[in-house]
Ligand binder design. Sequence first.
Ligand SMILES: Cc1cc2nc3c(=O)[nH]c(=O)nc-3n(C[C@H](O)[C@H](O)[C@H](O)COP(=O)(O)OP(=O)(O)OC[C@H]3O[C@@H](n4cnc5c(N)ncnc54)[C@H](O)[C@@H]3O)c2cc1C
Length: 487
Amino acid sequence: MMTRAQNLEYLSQEPLDVLVIGGGIVGSSIARDAAMRGLRTGLVEKIDFAFGTSGRSSRLLHGGMRYLAQGRIGLVHEASVEKTILHRIAPHLAAPLPFVFPTYRGNPDWQLWKLKMGVKLYDLLCAGRNLGESTWLSRADTLLCVPGLRSDLLQGAVRYFDGLTNDARLVLDTLRSAVRHGAAVANACRLVSAKRGSLWTCECMNEQARQPLTLQTRTVVNATGPWADGLPHSRVKLRLTKGIHLVVDQQRLPVAETVVMTEGSRILFAIPWGLRTVLGTTDTDYKGSLDEVTATGDDVAYVLGIANQFFPNAKLLSTDVLSTWAGLRPLIADRKGKPSDISRSHEIKSPEPNWWDVAGGKLTTCRLMAEQTVDRVIKGADLPAQNCRTAEELLLEAVDAFSGIAPPKVSREAVQHYCENEWALHLDDVMIRRTSWHYYRADAEDVARQVLDWMAELRAWDEETKAAEWTEYQRLLSLSTQGARRS
Ligand SMILES: Cc1cc2nc3c(=O)[nH]c(=O)nc-3n(C[C@H](O)[C@H](O)[C@H](O)COP(=O)(O)OP(=O)(O)OC[C@H]3O[C@@H](n4cnc5c(N)ncnc54)[C@H](O)[C@@H]3O)c2cc1C
C-alpha cells in the first residue's frame, strides 16, 4: 500500500490518464474501475475519504421499495441487480437485512394487497436472486416479529430483503482496492482550478502541508457529489435535500429486523445496528453550508415523533439520542415536486472535451455508475484499456478485523492500521469514518481521548497539534449530538 507521500509523488510525476475529483463512493468506485483497466489513475479528496454524503447515508443496499411504488421499474431493477453484485464482491460489507413493512387499515398510500404484489415483483427484479425471499405476515405474526409495534388498525405486514452496509467502510475498502490496482489517492487535497490545453492542468491545494500541487491529466472526472455544481468547468445542476439519522440504544427501541414506518407516501426506517437502533431519515430542501450539515432540533423531533407513533410505549425523547448524522442528496435538479419524488437516477455528461461530470445516483449503484463513466472516459479520450472487471473481482482478497458493518473493537492496533494503511490524518478520520465509534459508542468522548493519545504517538503530534485536534473533535461532537444525551 502506498503511503500518502508516495501517492502525492506519483500523482505529480507524469501525466495521469484519469484524475478523479472527490473521494466519496462515486469517485472511489471510478478510481478502482479505471485502475483495474490499466489506466494511470489518481484521486484527490479535499477533506477526508467519505467525508461527504457517502459517510452519512442510511447504509442500505437497496433496489428501493419506494421507487417501485412510484412505478420506476427500470431504476429498481438496476439497483436491485447492483445490490446483489455488491453482496457477491464485498460480502463483509453487504449483509442480508430483512425489512418488516406493517400496514394499517385506512392508509391509502400503503395497502397490504399492493405491497404483497410489490415484494414479489421486488424479488423478481433482482433477477430472481434477492438476498432472501419475501413473504407476508398475519397481524399476530407481525406483532410477534416486532414487539411494541402499534397494534390498533394493524392489518399485517410484508417482509422483504435488502442489504445493510457501512457506507464509509465501503468507500475506504474501494480505495484500498483501487490502490492495490495501481491508483494513487490523496485526502486533504482540494482541486482549486483546472485549465484545458493538450492535457488538463489541475491546481490543487495540499491542505495537510498547506502547499499547492500541480497535476496533469488527460481526463478529469468531477465526482464531488453535493459540491459538483460548484467545481470549475462543471455544468451540473443539483437540487440538494438533507436527510438525518438518529442513533438510540437498542434497549430503548429493540428491533431485530428493520421496521418500515410511514408518513403519508414517505417511508422511514428503524434499522438494527448491533447494540443500537438507527432511525431515519428526512428529505427536506437544503440551502446551508455544504461542509457542515447537521440535524436540527426540528429534524430530531420529526423522526422521534414518527418512531413514537409506531412504537407508542417506547416514548423516545431527544435525551435518548446518542448521536446524529446528516447528509445531502446530490439529486439532479428538478425544481418541481416534493423532494422525495425527485428521481435518484444518475447522469454522466461531458461539458468540455475530456471533462466528465458525474452526478446523482446512490450508494447501491456506485459500481455501475463507475463502469459507465470509465467506458465513456476511455472512448472520449481514445485511451487503451481493458474491459471492466468490477462486477467479478472481490473488493478485497482478504478481509481484516478492521473493516465491517459493525464498528471494530477499540484498540491501538486498529488505530495504527488506520493511520498506516487507510490514510487517517486526524482524530475525526478515525472516530467517524474509519470506525463509526463516534456514532456507536455511548462513551465516544472517552474513546476519543484514548485514540488521541495513540494517534499523537503514531503521528508524532506535539502538544499544540494534540490540543487543536481535541478542540476540533469536541466541536464535531457537539454538532453531531444536537439535542442528544451527550451534549
Ligand atoms: C440521508 C441520506 C441517506 C441515503 N441513504 C442511502 C442508502 O441507504 N442507500 C443508497 O444506496 N444511497 C443512499 N443515499 C445516497 C448516497 O449516499 C449518495 O448518492 C452517495 O453517497 C453520493 O456519493 P458521491 O461520491 O457522489 O458524493 P460524496 O460522498 O458527497 O463525495 C463527494 C466528495 O467530494 C469531495 N470534494 C468536494 N469538492 C472537492 C474539491 N474541490 N476537491 C476535492 N474533493 C472535493 C467532498 O469532500 C466529498 O468527500 C443516501 C443519501 C442521503 C443524503
